[in-house]
Design a protein around this ligand. Structure first.
Ligand SMILES: [Zn+2]
Length: 555
């Protein structure tokens, strides 16, 4: 949570006895080490909630608290305050009753605010409530002009076209909580697309003649070669926006037939609390996870394609294991989130600090728990297994489509079957599905034949009768998509004695999954079906990322 000064929040929370002086000391020590803000640390540690911070801040202004998250104004209501006033005073329409109008701002003490509100609302009574900066920010989104409109203006009027285009793009990307920005050359234009909640949306188009300057500027800031147009290049940019937020981007440039394509991944912006329940683990799966993680040594692997939330799951687990007496070291590429109290090491190919080399040195420093960003090659796999064998708990991600595929792939990398059998504790596979927008969620009645028609093979996993499922209608809160936020679906393969025995005989993927499911393992699709029944997501959305097991060809 940005924009609330550490000193203010410390004093406020201490005064209200929400935190102790020791908590503050711990937060400051963590800040020194990891640059995580004091408030973010309190939130991550679960010492305070967002609502509580909002209420405490409101109290300090002697204003009511406006929870814009649970009661969001519609686009028409928001439009009741003109844009210039809204953005100048950071004030938005909140509610209206017989008693008058309530507006919300993150700064209730502004001289001209009252006069401006009087101009807008006339004689009716106006209450000024306090809302958190990030909630004001996400409500002000409604006033935003389309990026294409702003592009046209910048190109027409600005003397610094490329920097201003980039500023406008990054500004929107942050406002919409986008995870990746794509620049895709296509004919005479370059399409700018945002990945939001896992799905790409078109954001705007830049004419080719302006793109060259944008591309050069990105390359310069990412310390890449501007004269090289034919090789893949990777770099990083640290960017400070007008609100003084520091943002880190991983930049990748790839030559295509129509020009150089840029992908910028936002790294440090959306640090969350990382609670295992937030991640989407069901209660029985959490228990399995904890049981494996409680052992002093062994290996826990999370598999899935890029962008399936593997790292978030491992961080959530690390957070539950993170205690002062436990030494945790990670080696990552890149370090995506800074966690207080954990030693995090960044891979650096230029200095030859690879996963394998780093892991070897870490193991010598004797940590209790090691997180390896990814097992990519047989050398890393071998050192990882050895570390797990010699008294370390090792967590890592691995590129495989599902949990059962991971085992034969590790064996193919040359790991001895008996070593793998005695170190592997659990293999998890996961995907992310978009959650139905809570603001416009509505029930729909679906018959078994309709189910089967929309996703072949799915009806088998639902009761054979008409069902109440859910979908989002589309509203201002979800940009008309009907979805907001994401959750994960999981499958777990646990190393039982039978599974260990099977491993010794170089089993196929099918043999592994057959044994696991006979021992009660649920596939990702089945875990997702539970989430569809509970109204968290839709069947079509689930089918987009995971197929029903019968329809899936496991080879
Ligand atoms: Zn909605």
């Amino acid at each position: 949570m940005q924009n609330i000064a550490d000193d203010i929040i410390k004093e406020l929370l201490l005064k209200g006895n929400y935190v102790t002086a020791d908590d503050v000391k711990a937060a400051e020590a963590a800040k020194e080490k990891t640059h995580v803000g004091v408030l973010d640390w309190f939130l991550a540690e679960g010492l305070v909630t967002k609502d509580l911070v909002g209420q405490a801040m409101a109290e300090s202004f002697k204003a009511p608290y406006a929870d814009l998250n649970s009661s969001q104004p519609t686009a028409e209501q928001i439009a009741k305050i003109p844009e210039e006033v809204a953005t100048k005073y950071r004030v938005v329409w909140f509610t209206e009753s017989k008693k008058g109008v309530t507006v919300a701002t993150d700064n209730p003490v502004q001289e001209q605010l009252e006069a401006e509100l009087k101009k807008i609302f006339g004689t009716s009574k106006v209450t000024v409530a306090y809302a958190l900066p990030e909630d004001i920010e996400s409500t002000l989104i409604h006033y935003r002009q389309k990026l294409s409109t702003r592009f046209t203006e910048i190109i027409k009027t600005s003397k610094r076209v490329a920097p201003e285009l980039i500023d406008a793009i990054i500004d929107d990307a942050v406002a919409f909580r986008c995870s990746d920005i794509h620049f895709e050359p296509q004919g005479a234009d370059v399409e700018v697309r945002f990945r939001i909640d896992g799905v790409l949306h078109e954001a705007g188009r830049i004419p080719k003649e302006n793109y060259d300057n944008v591309l050069n500027r990105v390359k310069v800031q990412a310390h890449l070669r501007i004269d090289d147009h034919f090789s893949a290049q990777d770099g990083a940019i640290r960017y400070t926006n007008k609100q003084n937020q520091v943002l880190d981007f991983r930049v990748s440039i790839l030559p295509t037939l129509s020009g150089e394509k840029i992908v910028m991944r936002v790294l440090s912006q959306y640090v969350q609390g990382f609670a295992l329940t937030d991640v989407g683990l069901s209660a029985p799966d959490q228990e399995l996870f904890f049981k494996a993680a409680k052992k002093p040594f062994g290996m826990i692997l999370v598999t899935g394609p890029t962008g399936s939330g593997k790292t978030t799951t491992l961080y959530a687990l690390l957070k539950t294991l993170n205690r002062p007496e436990v030494n945790i070291t990670t080696i990552e590429d890149p370090v995506e989130y800074h966690i207080p109290g954990i030693n995090q090491i960044q891979i650096n190919t230029q200095t030859n600090l690879t996963f394998a080399k780093g892991l070897r040195s870490i193991a010598r420093q004797d940590p209790d728990i090691i997180l390896v960003g990814e097992i990519r090659d047989s050398e890393t796999a071998e050192i990882a297994v050895n570390a797990a064998l010699t008294g370390h708990l090792l967590l890592s991600t691995f590129h495989a489509n599902d949990a059962a595929t991971a085992v034969p792939r590790l064996l193919d990398m040359g790991i001895e079957p008996f070593l793998l059998a005695s170190t592997l504790e659990v293999v998890i596979a996961q995907r992310l599905v978009r959650k139905i927008c809570e603001n416009c969620r509505h029930a729909i009645i679906v018959s078994p034949s309709e189910l089967e028609k929309s996703v072949p093979g799915a009806a088998h996993y639902f009761p054979k009768k008409s069902l109440t499922l859910y979908a989002g209608k589309g509203c201002a809160n979800c940009g008309g998509t009907g979805f907001k936020g994401r959750t994960a679906i999981f499958e777990f393969i646990v190393m039982t004695p039978e599974m260990q025995e099977l491993l010794l005989h170089h089993p196929s993927t099918n043999q592994i999954w057959d044994l696991a499911s006979s021992q009660g393992a649920k596939s990702m699709f089945e875990d997702g079906v539970e989430k569809v029944k509970n109204g968290l997501s839709t069947l079509e959305e689930l089918a987009r990322v995971a197929a029903p097991p019968d329809a899936k060809h496991r080879s």
